[in-house]
Write a protein of this length. Structure first.
Length: 531
């Protein structure tokens, strides 16, 4: 098996090629809407959306935010913006309040494309959105009265479209999107992702898996890199993408069987959900052949045998691209692969000195080819300079390398969290918690979750003198202000937070203490979070 080369063309250039050479080839099937799109259909839709944006005055460098659920429209909205070399900023659908305002304000978005259900959220933070001028609402849902922007419904948006076919599509070095990812010591940052970086993802699948052998299952939203590279990789391999809005374990195997799916990405605790399901005589009777799994289940060999699949893995991030990968058969469940030829990766101690084998160090990544890593942080030159100093991206991830060249993910050097496939800024969560009038300070940490490898979130809080707050009260306070995936499961009240001699909170000490007898558990309390 060989690793595929990283294409130099963009996904839109590739789409143009396939629309000419294989116009009737099936590119995308939506299991929610029933839509089936050929290469020609897809290109026509992209050009229609690009023309509609052009009619609004969107051009190279314009910033358009998109807040749409997983559907063909979410892909049309993104690719139409990109066709004009404008900048798409996809927004996590769970964002609200100060976090939503931060993304819209810091990105400088002048236009938002969304569903009607999100307009009220945007209105709530409208005082902070000086750059916003236009909202395009693509469905027929009711809207609040007296909105402070120009509002276009779908029909009006397309009625003013201008021809876009004459505009050359972006190349592999152009920006594909600005994807906001978790902050660590500050607010979330917009990662400038070029087209070639999207093509560098998912190289854990052998190059030979292409054409009819590449039918990818994607329940991943387009506001994540996962949802974007799913389409890019499908185009690069002349395959078909089968999408389902949100992962549903109960649908997975029937979706796989009914649609001839051969390739899937299984991240976070999903592998545990599948493995823990009651065994079925049909488990191995499915077309799935290749699974990209991260982290890899401890019972991965039994998983392969039970479901008849080959498991591959790797290490990737929005900033670093895909520097390591490992094909089946994996040597163990802990590795995230060997270094790919297009990258360099150093492991260093806190003083910047390289560490030897079997010694953890922070991963510093650089590229041997142009534009296979992020181009920096959008509108944040100081953060960009800090993260990419000395020609290396300082990832904040702790990795280790063995004598055979295999890398292993160890821990987060910085204080970001990950839960259910979402990167979470501890700084942002703490800021929201500290907004409660009875709380003086807090620390958000990761504690062990399910056996599949996902974190659960614990918040350790210090209350004001003479005040108290229950776990139920804090959850009720956070729910209207905080994305669902950021709501902590565990809450512990402490008299003070442990600190270093320089005043920094010693989160390593809090993680070592972990879940104590007096820690409140949202799940045990029976509190269910509404979707």
């Amino acid at each position: 098996m060989t690793y595929p080369a990283i294409p130099t063309e963009s996904a839109l250039e590739r789409l143009c090629t396939l629309a000419a050479e294989d116009p009737d080839g099936l590119l995308m099937r939506s299991l929610d809407t029933g839509d089936e799109l050929t290469h020609r259909n897809m290109l026509d839709q992209v050009l229609d959306w690009a023309g509609a944006y052009k009619g609004l005055g969107v051009a190279r460098g314009s910033v358009v935010a998109v807040m749409l659920g997983l559907s063909p429209d979410a892909y049309f909205a993104w690719l139409g913006i990109a066709w004009l070399r404008a900048v798409e900023v996809p927004i996590n659908l769970d964002l609200r309040g100060v976090l939503l305002a931060h993304v819209l304000r810091s990105s400088g978005a002048s236009t938002v494309v969304c569903q009607s259900r999100f307009v009220e959220r945007i209105l709530e933070v409208s005082a902070e959105l000086e750059a916003l001028r236009t909202i395009v609402v693509i469905d027929e849902g009711e809207l609040p009265e007296k909105l402070p922007w120009k509002v276009l419904r779908r029909d009006d948006f397309f009625a003013a479209r201008q021809p876009a076919a004459a505009v050359d599509p972006p190349n592999g070095h152009d920006t594909a999107a600005v994807v906001y990812t978790s902050g660590t010591t500050g607010p979330s940052k917009g990662v400038i992702v070029p087209w070639r970086e999207l093509s560098a993802y998912a190289r854990c699948y052998p190059a030979q898996v292409a054409g009819e052998a590449f039918r990818m299952y994607s329940p991943w939203p387009v506001f994540h890199v996962n949802g974007k590279f799913a389409l890019v990789e499908t185009l690069n391999r002349h395959g078909t993408m089968v999408m389902r809005d949100r992962w549903r374990t109960e649908y997975f195997w029937e979706d796989i069987r009914n649609n001839g799916v051969t390739v899937a990405v299984i991240i976070g605790g999903i592998s545990h959900f599948l493995w823990s399901a009651e065994p079925d005589p049909r488990d191995a009777d499915n077309p799935l052949e290749h699974v990209l799994m991260a982290p890899v289940l401890p019972q991965f060999r039994e998983f392969e045998q039970r479901f008849g699949v080959k498991i591959h893995t790797g290490y990737a991030s929005s900033e670093a691209g895909q520097p390591t990968a490992a094909f089946h058969p994996l040597p163990n469940n802990r590795t995230c692969g060997r270094l790919l030829a297009e990258y360099e990766l150093r492991l260093v101690d806190p003083d910047g000195n390289e560490v030897g084998p079997n010694t953890p160090g922070e991963a510093l990544v650089s590229a041997r080819e142009p534009d296979i890593m992020a181009l920096g942080y959008w509108n944040m030159p100081e953060a960009t300079e800090t993260a990419w100093r000395d020609g290396w991206f300082h990832s904040g991830d702790g990795l280790m390398r063995d004598e055979d060249g295999y890398f292993y993910y160890v821990d987060r050097v910085r204080d970001s969290l990950r839960r259910r496939g979402e990167n979470i800024s501890s700084w942002e969560l703490e800021s929201l918690v500290n907004g409660h009038p009875d709380i003086t300070e807090s620390a958000a940490i990761a504690v062990p979750g399910d056996p599949g490898g996902d974190d659960e979130i614990m918040v350790v809080i210090v209350t004001r003198a003479g005040s108290s707050i229950s776990g139920e009260e804090l959850i009720a306070y956070l729910q209207p202000r905080t994305p669902r995936f950021m709501i902590p499961r565990y809450i512990r009240v402490a008299g003070e937070l442990p600190r270093t001699h320089t005043g920094r909170v010693r989160k390593v000490e809090l993680r070592d203490v972990g879940i104590t007898a007096d820690t409140w558990d949202r799940v045990e309390a029976g509190i269910r979070l509404p979707r």
